[in-house]
Design a protein around this ligand. Structure first.
Ligand SMILES: *Cc1c(COP(=O)(O)O)cnc(C)c1O
Length: 368
């Protein structure tokens, strides 16, 4: 294919900048996804997702869904809680707050252990809550809180959950495939992501990677949703190799290409590249005299929340539009108490793109 597509640098927290080869992987002959050929592609895809999370192939499985990343949070919470049991949400950010809202919508028993969005959760507090609430069977948190850029200590939280006999479910949407993660060593029973973030594919495909034995056990848990039930989707995959309902066909082709590129680049090289981008972002904001809000030693290395500059003429929209017209997308903040914007290190970008971006951002700030 010789067509060239304008390359935009997305500094928003996903969807991310993709390669042309991933974009073009979607241009394929029409196919009915009920064909065997398609089912065998999905089998391989499920195995590869388990590999990305360093799951154990004889213990863990991946279940795919058609939807954005939030569908995973919804599914895990509504499907994995048995009757009479409670979920503990370790909540220090916008995405764990979303999990709390999902519990509320389903009327699930939950405890919202809320703490500052700028700090790590208190492990002693988590331990205490687990000791005092024997009916908690599911501990939930967000690995990388994309709203602030904070990275949670999941390995330690998972250890506490397991010590008290609870399963550990983690939203890894904005970390999987980008920073070191190993679901076995990190004590994670269920993790999740969608194709357009760490894997640099397209929107519309989400997946949950988790413990097959627990999924099988959840067969007897209350069914709270028809479309969004983990066991039902798992069972259908096991029986037929297919998604229960129509899959996002073209996105699946793009994801297969993206995974090929992921394994070719290599996990370590990819981590290093995201890190370079992140360091370049920090260098750039420091040169402009801008400040970040979360202590650097608890940042994920993927999202930098930047304070609005102390300039009465600052206008985020104007700066955004100036950058956008020149191919760079910046993103508003997600912290209710502070005015911030976000610069993210996701996607197929490198240091050089960030250097180019800061030339434009500097111009934008000068002509305000
Ligand atoms: C992006 C993201 C999601 C999913 O958001 P969608 O808009 O539904 O794709 C969930 N959790 C985290 C931590 C995220 O960064």
């Amino acid at each position: 294919m010789t067509t060239t597509i304008k390359r935009n640098i997305l500094l928003n927290p996903g969807p991310a900048t993709t390669t042309d080869t991933v974009k073009f992987a979607q241009v394929v002959p029409d196919i009915c996804p009920r064909e065997k050929e398609f089912a065998s592609m999905m089998k391989q895809l499920r195995g590869d997702f388990v590999k990305v999370a360093h799951g154990n192939p004889s213990k863990h499985t991946a279940v795919l869904f058609c939807g954005s990343g939030t569908i995973n949070i919804d599914i895990c919470l509504n499907s994995l809680l048995d009757k009479g049991k409670k979920a503990l949400i370790v909540n220090n950010g916008a995405y764990s707050s979303r999990a709390v809202e999902i519990c509320q919508y389903y009327g699930l028993p939950y405890k919202d252990l809320k703490s500052s969005v700028f700090e790590l959760p208190d492990l002693n507090e988590i331990d205490k809550v687990l000791r005092e609430n024997m009916d908690i069977s599911l501990v939930y948190t967000t690995h990388h809180e994309t709203g602030t850029g904070l990275l949670n200590p999941i390995r330690k939280i998972g250890e506490l959950a397991h010590r008290h006999g609870a399963m550990f479910v983690v939203d890894t949407t904005s970390s999987l495939g980008m920073i070191p993660f190993d679901m076995v060593k990190d004590n994670v029973d269920f993790c999740m992501a969608s194709a357009q973030k760490g894997l640099q594919a397209m929107t519309g495909l989400s997946f949950i990677i988790g413990d097959e034995a627990i999924i099988r056990k959840s067969k007897d848990f209350p069914k709270r949703s028809y479309y969004c039930n983990l066991y039902l989707q798992y069972e259908y995959f096991e029986k037929t190799g297919e998604m229960h309902f129509t899959p996002p066909v073209q996105t699946i082709y793009a994801t297969i290409q993206a995974l090929k590129e992921y394994f070719e680049e290599g996990e370590e090289n990819k981590f290093a590249r995201h890190r370079r981008v992140y360091e370049a972002i920090h260098k750039g904001i420091e040169e402009l005299g801008l400040e970040y809000v979360v202590d650097k030693d608890i940042q994920s290395g993927l999202v930098v929340s930047v304070l609005y500059p102390d300039n009465p003429k600052w206008d985020f929209e104007k700066v955004h539009d100036y950058c956008y017209e020149r191919g760079f997308t910046i993103y508003p903040g997600k912290i209710s108490t502070t005015n911030t914007f976000r610069l993210c290190a996701l996607g197929q970008i490198d240091e050089e793109d960030i250097k180019n971006f800061f030339v434009i951002l500097k111009e934008a700030m000068e002509i305000l």
